[in-house]
Design a protein around this ligand. Structure first.
Ligand code: SF4
Length: 315
């Protein structure tokens, strides 16, 4: 169950192509639940660094501690694992235990909305409950794991959000939307609110082959204990140079990040929760994705060849 749990947790909110290299590296580093449970949180976050949504990594480590003692024996026990919701519990129970529980992700919701030609707004809780119940009714109880994976695959490869491939669809003869010609209008979704724009000015203080980062405080933040670059006022600090700009989206927040480079240390940024990192050290700690992007931007905009190795440790 452990490798399936790792893959399902990684696939929450992340595309499969992005997950594959992380999944392989993660299992090489933590091949068993016991080894993951024994690892430090910092080591786990470092391995997860770049995948985002870091509460998943913390929950996975806590779930591994439970798996290391005893494998859950049914759907309800799986559902009690940290970070496991109804979809993941259904996937694990059906694939690993052969238990008859539907796994209903966004792809399956779309397929159900079209099979039943149901124009209800898909994010409404009542719609989710009804579509989940329909998926459960459709489930083949003799082969629940295969059925769930087939439904997800159908949604991912045939019943696409735009331009569903009805001519080659294996369930075309059961599809009410295809009969009615409404498949392109389903599922019905309310528009998202516009993204909130946030300006962020970050300082790369790069001195004698070391770079200064500060640690996020603990608590409930999903980025607690990650290392990040110091934030400075708009326009940077005196003596700093603008090295680059990029945008970074987290859920509905769109950050416009400006990267300032200072090649001397400044008491304005030397916070007590920060420290200087050599480049090899930087690869051994969890660094926020925004900080990695900013470090890359600082190198790309820099004519100083001494900073080039930064790119190798912040990929
Ligand atoms: S027939 Fe078309 S709309 Fe219906 S399930 Fe297949 S791909 Fe989707």
């Amino acid at each position: 169950m452990y490798p399936v749990l790792v893959s399902e947790i990684m696939l929450q909110q992340t595309r499969v192509e992005a997950v594959i290299p992380y999944f392989q590296a993660f299992l090489r580093q933590f091949p068993t639940a016991a080894l993951l449970a024994d690892a430090s949180e910092e080591a786990v976050l470092t391995a997860w660094s770049g995948l985002g949504y870091y509460s998943r990594a913390r929950n996975l480590r806590r779930a591994a501690a439970i798996l290391a003692v005893a494998t859950p024996i049914d759907h309800d026990e799986i559902l009690r694992l940290p970070g496991v919701g109804p979809y993941t519990a259904g996937a694990l129970a059906s694939i690993c235990l052969g238990a008859p529980h539907a796994a209903v992700d966004g792809n399956v919701m779309r397929v159900v909305s079209r099979l039943t030609n149901d124009p209800s707004e898909i994010s409404a809780p009542v719609t989710k409950r009804r579509f989940s119940a329909t998926a459960q009714d459709l489930l083949d109880p003799a082969h629940p794991g295969d059925f769930n994976q087939a439904m997800m695959e159908l949604g991912a490869t045939i019943c696409l959000p735009a331009n569903p491939r009805c001519l080659v669809c294996p369930v075309r003869r059961f599809c009410a939307a295809a009969d009615a010609g409404t498949q392109a209008t389903l599922p019905v979704k309310l528009g998202k609110p516009p993204a909130r724009r946030i300006d962020l000015d970050l300082l790369v203080c790069f001195v004698a082959g070391t770079v200064f980062l500060q640690r996020r405080s603990g608590g409930e933040s999903r980025l607690a204990n990650f290392w990040e670059l110091p934030q400075v006022p708009a326009g940077g600090l005196p003596g700093s140079k603008l090295q680059g700009e990029f945008t970074h989206q987290i859920v509905n927040d769109r950050y416009r990040v400006r990267v300032w480079l200072l090649d001397s240390d400044s008491s304005d940024v030397l916070t007590p929760d920060g420290r200087w990192f050599t480049l090899p050290e930087l690869a051994q700690v969890p660094v926020t994705t925004v900080a990695k992007k900013a470090l890359r931007a600082s190198v790309n905009g820099s004519k100083d060849s001494r900073s080039a190795p930064v790119t190798q440790v912040v990929q």
